[in-house]
Design a binder for this molecule. Structure first.
Ligand code: MOS
Length: 744
């Protein structure tokens, strides 16, 4: 394809920016419907036991209340397919709202009050009286740790730890330098701006159009169809805009079930919106306790790596993520033992949260590597270079591309790392201690089978469509760029349609795979349109392109011309008229290459450098500067890409210093279920963040060389900040978030 790089790789504004800032972009709870009714969820007050009785009479007596749904009157049509597991479900039996009288976690929905008005429903919900019979619950991982087990069934898409290699234990015992410690990262809840909501529009013919807050319109569609015994043609999910999700929208959440159930039963449109409090009543990043043992020579060369992680899961599903594999993926070592276990507690099942597994595992290994740097007296960057993994040693594969070395180098230069005095407590700025720390980041470059359609019309407009999503990541914009560039049209002539289950098949948006997957599918569909229109152009009477091959022509500004002779050209409209077609349509798929994945490993990488200033008397930590250098193949749009990394880094800052969901083990309940007590970074916490995209030539994973950017920004950031705090204060805190109480 000989095209000038008109759009790919250039900074472009979001094509949906105007709609978003003017209120034109509609979110799940903003769609209207005639006779819309409103549902409010009543949440369980206990963590475990059963509902002895549930008195809904006072609620039902409120004028305007339409129904109160509980396990006692739940329509029988629900749960036709009892074992239905959504696209992203871990092994086990998914939670079924209002299924029976059992309570299996605190905050579980126990009733849905539906009324003519939102306020009426909220008032009536406060009148529902539930009597419980409690059973002892257990939410404390420390007390369940001894019962941790290796999950018997592996979760699809999640790699279990590789088999041990060499003699990690024996070599560690003899190693001249040792680091051995336990690391913890607290439970975190996703707190996107948009809370979870579903507006179910009950159409006159009994079909449903659903506006759901989801990362996968088709995932929600097939969930609803399976659970309620409907055909997929009876359910359409339309979710054009999502106000952030971070993984919380990967699985259909209970408000979707409840809204659909009420709509089908009442035969009218229903909206259910969860409150901010109720955002703490489903998935979260699980509490993870990790132990790392590093054995090394005095020159810093790793002799042995042992990394163990124990995570919580629920009593009904084995939630799994990749926590420990990263240690050997980042560092060369011959003696490696990586282990991963789960322990069941009485909470809801954890859910993927931005860079699931890696955000946790890399936080631990990169803190341990900093400890090794101090134990050996070697500079942290130099230590990583000495142990650089040239290949994926566990899978014995080469990397498709890996510019991590350049990340270290360019990041260190931009940060001014060479001016660092390695001695803890050696740098000051007035009354504040100054610390500089660094860490590596890594995330898998994944591609998933995705389809897209392209339709070119004689007026020179192109529409591209796929059921993929834009959760705020910039999908609309990059797909528009790819389509415009492939067909040589201005971006303003391209309309991108996504977020609708009726469009060509796509997996959920997640895993940072959307740009590579939907982007390649859109490119393929546009390439197919190119071929067709070129055929018409050649077949025209006395066509100046009659003898040309597609390699010899350029598509630009709505025309096809000989690359060597731009005056020999045919407009798209001329070619289509000559061919007697009003429109050219193509649907194509893109899939990961089997051969590539058998022989190569694809990952994105980063090097994160952080500066902190610590007020020693107050223990207040400010992250005054972060430089992150990212190598992630082709950067389609440096402007939106930078935003992705900024968001990821701020997420990492939250993990490092603030975010923590606190369980009261007596109640088995998250106590700080609001944004006043669950702290996320705000503008005042964020200072200078500098994003560098390191040039990386990637040609194996997909023709455009895309690796994805949604998650790499968070990975490594917490460790870089923690390491900077050690450098500033001389205190090694191994439990994230590093709050004032731990530092003082
Ligand atoms: Mo991401 S946790 O795959 O939405």
């Amino acid at each position: 394809m000989q095209q000038p790089n008109a759009y790919i790789g250039t900074p472009q504004n979001r094509v949906d920016g105007r709609a978003k800032v003017t209120g034109g972009a509609k979110y799940a709870a903003e769609f209207e419907a005639p006779d819309l009714a409103f549902g409010i969820v009543v949440s369980s007050a206990i963590a475990k036991g059963r509902i002895k009785s549930i008195d809904t009479s006072a609620a039902l007596a409120v004028p305007g209340v339409l129904q109160v749904f509980t396990h006692e009157n739940r329509p029988r049509t629900a749960w036709l397919d009892r074992n239905f597991r959504d696209e992203t479900a871990p092994p086990g039996s998914p939670f079924r709202p209002l299924y029976d009288d059992k309570v299996i976690y605190s905050g579980q929905p126990v009733a849905l009050v539906v009324a003519e008005e939102f306020e009426l429903a909220a008032h009536a919900a406060s009148l529902v009286r539930v009597e419980y019979e409690t059973e002892p619950h257990m939410t404390d991982l420390d007390l369940k740790r001894s019962e941790a087990y290796v999950p018997p069934k592996k979760r699809s898409g999640v790699k279990p730890p590789p088999s041990p290699r060499g003699d990690a234990e024996g070599v560690f015992a003899q190693a001249p330098v040792k680091v051995h410690a336990e690391y913890r990262v607290a439970i975190e809840h996703h707190n996107p701006m948009e809370t979870h909501a579903s507006t179910v529009v009950y159409e006159d013919d009994g079909t449903l159009t659903i506006h759901d807050k989801t990362q996968g319109a088709q995932n929600s569609q097939s969930y609803v169809a399976s659970v309620f015994g409907l055909s997929s043609s009876q359910v359409r999910v339309v979710s054009p805009y999502i106000g952030g999700a971070f993984g919380s929208g990967l699985r259909p959440q209970y408000q979707l079930f409840l809204a659909v159930m009420a709509a089908l039963e009442l035969k009218r449109s229903v909206r259910v919106v969860l409150t901010r409090d109720q955002m703490f009543t489903f998935g979260f990043r699980p509490l993870t306790i990790q132990t790392i043992s590093l054995g090394a020579n005095p020159d810093g060369k790793l002799l042995s790596i042992m990394h163990d992680a124990t995570q919580t899961t629920s009593t009904f599903e084995d939630y799994q993520e990749v926590v420990v594999n990263w240690s050997n993926l980042l560092y060369h070592c011959d003696n490696v033992k990586l282990t991963y276990k789960l322990a069941q507690v009485d909470t809801y099942t954890p859910t993927d949260m931005r860079a699931p597994g890696a955000a946790l595992g890399v936080a631990a290994i990169e803190t341990a590597m900093d400890e090794l740097a101090y134990a050996t007296g070697i500079d942290p960057v130099e230590l990583r270079l000495r142990n650089y993994a040239e290949m994926d040693e566990a899978d014995k594969k080469s990397f498709t591309s890996k510019e991590l070395r350049a990340c270290y180098q360019l990041g260190a230069e931009r940060f001014g790392w060479e001016k660092r005095n390695p001695e803890p407590r050696s740098m000051r700025d007035g009354r504040e201690l100054v610390g500089w720390g660094m860490a590596s980041g890594v995330w898998e470059a994944i591609m998933q089978k995705t389809a897209a359609r392209a339709v070119l019309t004689q007026d020179g407009n192109l529409e591209v469509a796929s059921a993929t999503m834009d959760i705020g990541t910039g999908t609309y914009t990059i797909l528009t760029q790819i389509a415009a560039e492939t067909l040589g049209l201005p971006m303003t002539s391209v309309a991108t349609k996504i977020g609708d289950s009726s469009l060509p098949k796509s997996p959920v948006q997640g895993g940072s795979w959307t740009a590579a997957s939907a982007g390649s599918a859109v490119q393929n569909a546009c390439l197919s349109v190119r071929e067709q229109i070129f055929k018409y152009a050649r077949q025209m009477e006395s066509s100046p392109l009659a003898n040309a091959s597609i390699e010899q022509v350029t598509f630009a500004e709505g025309r096809i011309h000989l690359t060597n002779d731009p005056s020999a050209s045919v407009t798209f409209a001329e070619a289509m008229q000559a061919g007697g077609v009003e429109r050219i349509e193509a649907e194509e798929k893109a899939s990961p290459g089997m051969l590539t994945s058998m022989r190569y490993s694809g990952y994105s990488h980063s090097a994160v450098f952080a500066e902190v200033k610590v007020d020693e008397e107050l223990g207040v930590i400010r992250v005054t500067r972060i430089v992150t250098a990212v190598a992630a193949g082709t950067i389609l749009n440096p402007k939106t890409a930078r935003s992705q990394i900024l968001g990821g880094v701020v997420f990492g800052l939250g993990m490092a210093l603030e975010e923590e969901s606190m369980l009261d083990h007596n109640l088995g309940r998250f106590m700080n279920h609001n944004l006043a007590e669950y702290h996320v970074p705000v503008n005042a916490d964020v200072y200078d963040i500098d994003v560098i995209f390191v040039s990386e030539h990637e040609e194996m994973l997909n023709p455009l060389g895309i690796k994805g950017l949604g998650e790499i920004g968070v990975v490594g950031t917490a460790a870089a900040i923690g390491n900077a705090i050690f450098h500033a204060t001389g205190k090694r805190i191994r439990e994230y978030p590093i709050t004032i109480d731990k530092l003082l």
